[in-house]
Design a protein around this ligand. Structure first.
Ligand SMILES: [Zn+2]
Length: 241
């Protein structure tokens, strides 16, 4: 193998390490993002439920107020009843009083039902809300893990990037450009070895995509110290022997 291809292989070795570290960052960042999303949706559900509970509470308050004002009215009617002298008026006020009592009792029943509903909803809400802390803790732990990984790898990544620059300076800029383009496409897997699957046969394939190589292409890789790319996947081919 010639020095140019060897330099590209060394370049790829550093590139692999950089890609690997960045992948770890990305993986941990994705975990943080997913947990943040989970927590956001958890909180949105709690907010919606809180809004619903407040709405029911207002219904209850209105009913309660209504029952109280009816009670005042009932007391007044009772008082009035005791001061009535004629039977006819007594009967009319009594009927009014009974109607008022019946209405009040209906409203009271309704208020009780709403109160029970509120209690059940509040219990469910509190149980659910108690889980928020655990979700928050999980997010904090994932963020800490991401930061720790970033800190742990910061020096290593800086030194790899410096190493990458140093190696790139010794390679033909055209080849570096080709390499960078391919690295983006193949996630750092730029170099593909020419493989001979059967030692008894003169057949060669690209180790990157497993497509058969033409004999002249395979020969060119083995004899020339210039980047030859696979016609199928575009990777730079190299041969160990
Ligand atoms: Zn290929």
């Amino acid at each position: 193998m010639g020095p140019k291809i060897q330099a590209l292989l060394d370049f790829q070795d550093v590139e692999h390490q950089i890609v690997d570290i960045r992948r770890q960052f990305e993986r941990k960042q994705r975990a943080v993002d997913a947990q943040q999303k989970k927590l956001d949706s958890f909180r949105a559900t709690l907010d919606a439920e809180r809004f619903e509970i407040n709405k029911i509470q207002r219904q209850f308050d209105e009913l309660d107020l209504d029952v109280k004002s009816r009670d005042v009215q009932i007391s007044k009617l009772r008082e009035h009843l005791s001061s009535i002298r004629t039977n006819k008026e007594y009967a009319a006020v009594l009927s009014q009083l009974n109607n008022e009592k019946a209405d009040s009792s209906r409203q009271e029943t309704k208020a009780l039902e709403i109160m029970e509903q509120l209690d059940a909803r509040r219990r469910a809400f509190n149980e659910r809300a108690a889980g928020e802390g655990a979700e928050r803790d999980r997010l904090a732990a994932l963020v800490a893990e991401l930061e720790l990984t970033r800190r742990n790898f910061a020096d290593r990544l800086d030194s790899l990037i410096a190493q990458r620059e140093k190696l790139a300076a010794a390679i033909d800029p055209k080849h570096v450009e080709l390499f960078n383009r391919l690295s983006g496409r193949h996630e750092g897997e730029v170099m593909a070895e020419v493989v001979r699957p059967n030692p008894r046969l003169d057949e060669f394939i690209c180790g990157g995509c497993n497509i058969s190589l033409r004999m002249d292409a395979a020969n060119s890789v083995r004899t020339k110290d210039e980047p030859n790319t696979c016609k199928n996947c575009g990777r730079i081919l190299y041969a160990r022997v």
